[in-house]
Design a protein around this ligand. Structure first.
Ligand SMILES: [Zn+2]
Length: 405
């Protein structure tokens, strides 16, 4: 009897130890970056959704109910208020650099190594994706090094050189360079072993023998960024389409896991335009894309880590503009297109009037230096609590995956 009890105890202990270890190691890692998405963008979107449900308050987004939350600093090596490439560099490499630089140290020479390369060396499949151009600052931070974030052609050349498995999103900015007379980046990418696809359908029908893909989600190859959510027409691609195809592609080819960085890049642009209606629709888009990862997490809860954060806050949004504490959030539905599509002066008048009716204020057309929220769920998610530096995020990701930084 005593012998049996000891045997059972041993089995329980071994099982417990294995379980605890499994719980700690993230094999499938998602890092979602809402470009420009501060806590006020999230609060506004939650309040808008609550209002739609005829309530005053807050409806959860897919990620705002994650069990672990923290705050990350955003300042760069050169400015208290960062730009997306310096913040992207911090997230990708664990080091701060100057505004406008990408994966390069403030000395303009030393190259920083992104965790996507480190995780690839450990055998994980790598996916880099965004609903804006694939060589734009945030996605580029994860595969390229350049002193200038706007050297799109040189950055685009580093895409195939990375050897990463899946690139998804908007196509190359400046495909033939600034002067439009260089060899097409798309052609070079294909010549170096990548399959390039256009549209949602093609990205979901990639043959099993294809190992590396650059999946561009617009059908029209001359349009780089995906449509703004507020302008999107039936059948046009959105961020969740990218993440769905990305998971499908990587899961079918991995044995040691994958790392996906997915950016909601248009939140920032709407907030730069002080367009509250457009901003809300973009945050909802990001929430839907994160939901795709949450569905995956529900199938692999012990091995999946999802982190959702922002590189900085844009627009300095407040929710107290009209005074009296009343907000006509429903008025945001009255806007028929993004600021840019409404015409410059007319667009400003329409957005200002709708922002006013909704009780949404903006303090700047630029970025702010406010800390950003970090939401986490899954294996190692407890590492993402409290206040920490943006450069700690890749370090925590490596720790969650069980690797040295
Ligand atoms: Zn911006």
């Amino acid at each position: 009897m005593k012998k049996l009890s000891i045997t059972i105890l041993c089995i329980v202990m071994i099982f417990g130890a294995c379980f605890a270890q499994n719980n700690k190691k993230a094999k499938y890692i998602f890092l979602f970056i809402g470009d420009g998405m501060g806590i006020s963008h999230v609060t506004l979107t939650e309040a808008y959704l609550a209002d739609k449900a005829k309530k005053i308050g807050s409806e959860y987004l897919s990620f705002s109910k994650f069990p672990y939350t923290g705050f990350a600093t955003t300042y760069s090596a050169s400015h208290f208020t960062t730009c997306s490439s310096a913040a992207g560099t911090a997230f990708a490499t664990g080091y701060k650099t100057k505004n406008h630089m990408l994966g390069i140290a403030p000395d303009s020479v030393t190259k920083f190594k992104s965790i996507s390369y480190k995780l690839k060396e450990k055998g994980l499949k790598i996916g880099v994706s965004s609903n804006v151009g694939i060589n734009h600052a945030t996605p580029a931070s994860f595969y390229a090094n350049n002193v200038s974030r706007t050297a799109y052609y040189e950055i685009g050349l580093q895409l195939w050189q990375s050897g990463f498995d899946f690139f998804g999103g908007g196509s190359f900015l400046q495909d033939k360079g600034k002067t439009k007379d260089l060899q097409s980046l798309e052609e070079i990418t294909i010549n170096n072993g990548y399959v390039v696809t256009y549209g949602i359908k093609a990205a979901n029908e990639i043959p099993a023998n294809v190992e590396k893909v650059a999946a561009f989600f617009n059908e029209n190859i001359n349009v780089q960024n995906l449509s703004y959510a507020i302008n999107r027409k039936e059948g046009e691609a959105k961020l969740s389409d990218i993440v769905e195809a990305e998971i499908k592609f990587l899961k079918a080819r991995e044995d040691k896991g994958f790392f996906i960085m997915a950016e909601g890049g248009i939140i920032d642009w709407c907030a730069h335009d002080n367009d509250a209606a457009g901003t809300v629709k973009e945050v909802i888009d990001l929430s839907e894309a994160v939901q795709v990862a949450v569905d995956f997490y529900n199938e692999h809860p012990d091995e999946t880590l999802i982190i959702v954060t922002a590189d900085h806050e844009t627009g300095g949004i407040t929710l107290a503009r009209t005074g009296g504490g009343k907000h006509g959030f429903a008025s945001l539905d009255g806007q028929t297109g993004s600021f840019g599509t409404l015409g410059k002066e007319r667009g400003r008048a329409i957005c200002d009037s709708i922002n006013n009716a909704a009780g949404v204020g903006f303090s700047t057309i630029g970025h702010t230096g406010i800390v950003v929220p970090v939401y986490a769920i899954g294996a190692g998610a407890e590492l993402f609590t409290g206040k920490f530096d943006n450069t700690d995020i890749p370090r925590k990701i490596m720790q969650a995956a069980g690797f040295e930084f």
